[in-house]
Design a protein around this ligand. Structure first.
Ligand SMILES: Cc1ncc(COP(=O)(O)O)c(C=O)c1O
Length: 350
C-alpha cells in the first residue's frame, strides 16, 4: 500500500465526503428541493443547442448580469463558479495565507474545515451557544483572517440574529463570509448590504431551493473590489456553458422559488410537530430541514429508515449533536410516509 506520506501534508488526514450508495430511496438527506428539478432550467437544457467547441464566457458575465438584475446590484458585485463549494475554496485561496487561523463556528457545515485545511489554514472554532447562536465577543477577539457564518446554519437549521452578524462584520478584522446556501427560505439576507461593508462576502447556491444541484452552480456577492479579487483567483471557465444558461433561465422564474418557499413554510411546522409527537426533540429551523434529537439510537434509526426506503442524515456521533439526525422537509405526502415509517421503526427499536 502506498504511504499517505506522499500526499501534501495538510491533506494527509482527509477522508472522502459523504457518498451513500443510492438504490432509489427517497432522499431527505441532502436538503435539495423536494419539488424536483427546476422547470425553467430543465426547459432550457432540452431546447438548447450549445456549440460544445466554444469555451464558456470566462467570468460567467451573462449570469452575473441576471443576478445583478435580480438583486438590484451591479454585475461586478458577483463572482460565479462550480457550486458554492468552489466559491468557498476561492475565498480561502484569495484571502488566507499558509498557517493562517480560519474561524468556523461549531457546529456548522463540515466542508469549511476541509477547504480551510486544504488551503494550508488552521481551523479554529467558536462555540455556538445553547440556542446555536453566535458568540459575538469570541469571534471579534479572534486573530483569524476569515470567519464563515452559515445563516441559516447547517446542520442546526437556525438563522443567526442579523444584529449579531452585523456586529461581527463591524468588529472582526478579517473577511466575514455569510453563507446563505438556504437564504431563499429565510426572511433576512445580507446581500442588500454588500456595498456597505468592506470585509463581507455572501455566498449562495443553485443546489438547494433552485433545485439544480446536478449542475453545480454557486456565486459570491461582495463589494466590487472584493468580487474583482475573487474573480482574479478563481479558475477561469469553471462554470460550464450549460449550467450558466440554465441558471439564467432559473433566475428569471422566481415563481418556482416562491412556490418552494411556501411549501417549506407550510410543511416544516407540521413535520416538527409530527416528530415531537413521536418523541423526537426538533430544533427551531429557518431552512428546508430540521435537526432533531432521536428518542432511540441515531445510527440504528437511520439504518432502519434506509431499509424502508428513506435516507436522512445522521449527525448523532458529533459533539453537541449527540443522537441527532437531520430531515429534509418533504412534501405533505413524503412527510406522512416518513412519519408513518418512523412510528413503525420506533416500535421495533424500543
Ligand atoms: C451551508 C452550506 N454551504 C454550502 C453548501 C454547498 O453547496 P453547493 O452545492 O453549492 O456546493 C452546502 C451544501 O450542503 C451547505 O449546506
Amino acid at each position: 500500500m502506498v504511504s499517505r506520506d506522499i500526499m501534501r501534508s495538510t491533506a494527509r488526514g482527509f477522508k472522502k465526503y459523504y457518498s451513500p450508495n443510492i438504490k432509489g430511496e427517497l432522499r431527505l438527506d441532502t436538503n435539495t428541493n423536494v419539488l424536483g428539478t427546476n422547470p425553467a432550467a430543465e426547459r432550457f437544457i432540452r431546447e438548447q443547442r450549445i456549440d460544445l467547441n466554444d469555451y464558456p464566457v470566462t467570468y460567467s458575465d451573462n449570469l452575473r448580469c441576471a443576478l445583478a438584475e435580480l438583486y438590484g446590484l451591479d454585475m461586478n458585485n458577483f463572482a460565479a463558479g462550480s457550486g458554492s463549494d468552489e466559491m468557498l475554496d476561492v475565498l480561502f485561496k484569495t484571502f488566507t495565507e499558509w498557517k493562517d487561523d480560519c474561524l468556523v463556528p461549531y457546529p456548522s457545515y463540515s466542508l469549511y474545515d476541509y477547504f480551510a485545511q486544504m488551503n494550508g489554514g488552521k481551523v479554529v472554532y467558536s462555540e455556538l451557544d445553547d440556542s446555536f447562536q453566535l458568540d459575538v465577543e469570541d469571534i471579534i477577539s479572534s486573530k483569524a483572517k476569515i470567519v464563515i457564518l452559515a445563516s441559516p446554519n447547517n446542520p442546526t437549521g437556525n438563522s443567526f440574529r442579523q444584529k449579531d452578524v452585523e456586529e461581527v462584520i463591524e468588529g472582526f478584522k478579517g473577511i466575514v463570509v455569510v453563507d446563505e446556501a438556504y437564504g431563499e427560505y429565510s426572511e433576512s439576507s445580507m446581500i442588500p448590504k454588500v456595498d456597505e461593508f468592506e470585509n463581507m462576502v455572501v455566498i449562495r447556491t443553485f443546489s438547494k431551493a433552485y433545485a439544480m444541484a446536478a449542475l453545480r452552480i454557486g456565486y459570491a456577492v461582495a463589494n466590487k473590489d472584493l468580487a474583482e479579487m475573487m474573480n482574479s483567483v478563481k479558475i477561469p471557465y469553471s462554470l460550464n456553458s450549460l449550467s450558466e444558461g440554465a441558471a439564467i433561465a432559473a433566475v428569471k422564474d422566481q415563481e418556482f422559488i416562491k412556490r418552494s418557499r411556501e411549501m417549506v413554510l407550510r410543511e416544516r411546522p407540521k413535520l416538527a410537530s409530527g416528530l415531537s409527537k413521536l418523541g423526537f426533540e426538533p430544533f427551531p429551523s429557518d431552512a428546508n430541514f430540521i435537526l432533531a434529537r432521536s428518542p432511540v439510537d441515531h445510527a440504528a434509526f437511520t439504518e432502519a429508515l434506509k431499509n424502508k426506503g428513506i435516507l436522512i442524515r445522521d449527525f448523532g456521533s458529533r459533539r453537541r449533536m449527540e443522537n441527532c439526525v437531520r430531515f429534509t422537509v418533504g412534501t405533505e405526502e413524503m412527510n406522512t410516509e416518513l412519519l408513518e415509517k418512523t412510528a413503525g421503526i420506533l416500535e421495533d427499536l424500543r
